[in-house]
Design a binder for this molecule. Sequence first.
Ligand SMILES: [Ca+2]
Length: 330
Amino acid sequence: MRLRRSLLLAIAILAGAAAAGWTLRDRGTVFGTRAACEAYAGLPAGWGTDPHAGMVQIGGGSFGFGSGRGYPEERPQVDTTVAAFWIDRTEVTNAQFAGFVAATGYVTEAERHPGAMVFRVPHGDEEVTPGSWWHLEAGADWRHPDGPGSGIAGRAHEPVVDVTYADALAYARWLGRELPSEAQWEFAARAGRSDAESDRDLRDAAGRPQANFWQGRFPSQDTAEDGFAGRAPVGCFPPSPNGLHDMVGNVWEWTTDLYIDRHAQGAPSLADRDAGVPQPRKVPRRVIKGGSYLCSADYCVRARASSRQGQEADLPAAHLGFRTIARVGD
Ligand SMILES: [Ca+2]
């Protein structure tokens, strides 16, 4: 029965992709169920040989970038055109990042400084204020994602976290790829839907969670109704209509855009996205997208395509990973 469901899912994805002009490069792995993601070794078909291993080609198009419905920083919605590009089907996994480190000897910023932001459930008698659940812990890095004593053994198929913007960019460049701009990321997450339609993706018609987010009262009670307290392996939940997994929930993802608390008026030029944006802080903040396993209905509420946050580019965190893109023609 499980095999039949996976087969039907694969057929549906391929048929949908063909109809929409999307190209699924990695036909070796069928995601979308807990059994499938837990069986995944963390490396896509063609890894090491195919420059687009694990990627989906997204056809170009225009869309309403941002939202008139979400938080103020998501406004205004701006008509934006994006050219075709390749993007990872899933968040970059620990197995993929380990391959990069083994090949290059790269040492991440959390290992050099050291430390990363780690989430801790507050104790019962602890005063809880916004953000008080975050702790900068020495010894937290991509190999010890939740601090000393944690590890990635058996977690090759989970998203790599505790990586900074520079770490993510170094990985992407190693593969001859780039990181997505915010517009590219949001266009891919929207998958041809309005922001209202894509926002409804967190639960299916029967009310079952369709992404890894937080159910229960944040930050003390994670009921894990979706099957996961904390990060999930990549690809456990059904894909977006364009074949992408976990665009919302699981972990936030880096984009190249410098953060300001609004969308620019008029169509922004992606070529200018790094130029001329005033930065009030010493360390530039980059836009991160998609929310994480820590986003609940009563806090954050950012496991959505149009949501956005600014993150210090050199601040690694246990709820933040990334995926890569490649230009069509490369
Ligand atoms: Ca969860």
